[in-house]
Design a protein around this ligand. Structure first.
Ligand code: AFP
Length: 322
């Protein structure tokens, strides 16, 4: 099996980006170890703090954030970082070529139940004419990402990553401590009979999503003429990994639970990197109005509607919004 660096060189990834990727992944190996230690490491449960988005921070969230933040800021490759767990962007090296957005531990509510969690990251080139401490440095659309990926801390630790030459799967080989390529150019089947949505929010969705899901539930008796199965992991990394592996549609639609917060998922460190991975695997990643990666961001913690997965199923869903 190919090791990470040769696999990246085969895709003509520049050496400084390879070095940055290896830096991010060094932190994920440490997080993988800490996650596997669970109670033994004394890191279970919540801290007394909330992040800027009003969510209770778990101890592992804080530790994972600190690990990634430290390695990135010490590396010299990074001009600034932004994280789900940081209020604002954090300046790094003025001469750094890249900016990195990340969710250190996605799916925090799964930590206490020993279920799937992961780290999501998104890398852009740093604009040369902007200062490291200017938060506007992050106002770049997802279509300008040079790398995106996640590390899934499951029964095995898997890296799923793209640098724009396909989406590839790697597994962390604990015997030598490196990520090995296990599947190159993953392709999402165009059609599916599996959907992922938090059904408990059904009464809050807009009419088109209500109608779409109602038709899926009618199965072979309804207009779709086939039965659908449902899955919900409550960690986007887990749901997107299933979609990349065997197809499906995953959505966190707009809802009217809170008029000031119609969307749940974050653009910069959830939706954009996942969109890059999904599109590179032949899938679609959209809002009901257009392509997620074409959104021009207005703020670091911006939230967005997400409808992604198997091409034909995403198109079928979007058909209800026309
Ligand atoms: P946190 O990691 O911030 O707790 O949230 C995870 C997440 O943003 C995303 O990974 C899941 O798809 C979604 O929330 C789950 O949301 P529900 O709470 O509605 O199940």
């Amino acid at each position: 099996m190919q090791r990470l660096a040769p696999a990246l060189r085969q895709d003509n990834v520049p050496l400084d980006l390879i070095s940055l990727i290896k830096t991010v992944l060094a932190a994920t190996k440490e997080i993988s170890f800490r996650v596997s230690q669970a109670h033994l490491g004394g890191l279970m449960g919540s801290t007394l703090d909330e992040n800027i988005q009003g969510e209770v921070q778990k101890q592992l969230d804080v530790v994972a954030n600190q690990l990634i933040k430290d390695v990135l800021l010490e590396s010299g490759f990074v001009k600034a970082i932004s994280s789900e767990e940081e209020d604002t962007s954090v300046p790094g090296d003025e001469n750094g070529h890249f900016i990195v957005s990340f969710d250190p531990l996605d799916g925090s509510s799964n930590i206490d139940i020993n279920s799937l969690i992961g780290t999501i990251f998104s890398i852009h080139e740093a604009p040369k004419d902007m200062a490291a401490d200017d938060p506007d440095i992050f106002k770049q659309a997802g279509n300008k990402q040079v790398c995106a990926g996640y590390v899934l801390y499951g029964p095995s630790t898997m890296l799923v990553m793209t640098t724009g030459s396909g989406t590839h799967f790697y597994v962390l080989d604990r015997t030598h401590g490196g990520y090995l390529l296990v599947e190159r150019n993953v392709q999402i089947p165009e059609e599916t009979q599996e959907f992922a949505i938090n059904m408990s929010n059904q009464r809050f969705w807009q009419a088109p999503m209500q109608d779409y899901i109602a038709d899926l539930l009618k199965g072979d008796q309804g207009p779709r003429g086939k039965n659908f199965n449902m899955r919900w992991i409550a960690a986007m990394v887990g749901d997107v990994h299933r979609v990349l592996t065997r197809g499906g549609i995953f959505t966190y639609p707009a809802d009217n639970r809170n008029a000031e917060k119609p969307y749940k998922l974050r653009l910069m460190y959830e939706a954009n990197p996942m969109s890059f991975l999904i599109e590179q695997a032949g899938g679609l990643s959209m809002t009901s109005e257009g392509r997620i990666m074409d959104i021009e961001p207005t703020s670091i913690h911006q939230r967005v509607e997400v409808i992604l997965g198997s091409k034909k199923e995403v198109e079928a869903c979007l058909g209800y919004y026309k």
